[in-house]
Design a protein around this ligand. Structure first.
Ligand SMILES: C[S@@+](CC[C@H](N)C(=O)[O-])C[C@H]1O[C@@H](n2cnc3c(N)ncnc32)[C@H](O)[C@@H]1O
Length: 179
């Protein structure tokens, strides 16, 4: 998983247009590769949540230096049950995570609540048509979403300026423009 995702993380980081002192939150940080890439390059604060203890331990090991310097904070828990403080983050992102969410309205509402006005949310996903072809996604836990369904849910949650790029999967970027 980790090597396949390096390129996706690079594209995601470029789309996030990170600035000094940004507060960034990653949902489903997995091995913590993205967290480390960001904290090693930018002077900003990164936090994130993942519900896998294995991933939490891996990501903590990988980011120990930045955790000790208080540039990174990693949580173990379910994003869907977690509380985000309102207007906290400049950027929130997730890569290959939304398949594990049975509905998108609740998580997208939580994300927009946690973003500052003008903040950006980016997600990467493989389209349902391509997921249907893969062996490992045949289990029931994989929700296979179409681009239209995701975009409709982003609009319903209140996101604006929704754009996307395609390269194997969709990198969707949108903004919170209202307070
Ligand atoms: C397919 S992996 C992707 C990991 C990483 N983003 C990457 O691209 O390498 C999905 C990750 O999201 C986490 N995850 C899925 N749903 C979650 C939720 N509701 N709350 C916290 N973590 C979640 C899983 O534990 C897993 O680490």
């Amino acid at each position: 998983m980790i090597f396949g995702n390096r390129a996706t993380y690079d594209k995601m980081i470029s789309e996030l247009e990170i600035k000094a002192y940004d507060r960034i939150f990653e949902i489903g940080y997995g091995h913590g590769l993205g967290v480390r890439k960001i904290s090693s390059k930018f002077d900003c604060f990164v936090s994130g949540i993942d519900y896998s203890e294995l991933m939490f331990n891996e990501a903590t090991k990988r980011n120990r230096k930045y955790i000790e310097n208080k540039k990174v904070e990693l949580y173990l828990g379910d994003f869907l049950d977690s509380e985000l403080i309102s207007n906290q983050y400049d950027k929130i992102f997730c890569i290959n995570v939304i398949y594990f969410w049975d509905r998108l309205d609740k998580p997208f509402s939580k994300i927009i609540y946690g973003l500052k006005k003008g903040g950006t949310f980016c997600l990467y996903m493989v389209h349902s048509d391509d997921l249907k072809k893969a062996k490992y996604t045949q289990y029931d836990i994989f929700n296979k979403y179409t681009l239209d369904h995701v975009v409709d849910n982003l609009k319903l949650a209140g996101f604006s300026d929704i754009k996307y790029k395609f390269n194997k999967g969709y990198l969707i970027k949108c903004r919170k423009l209202t307070a």
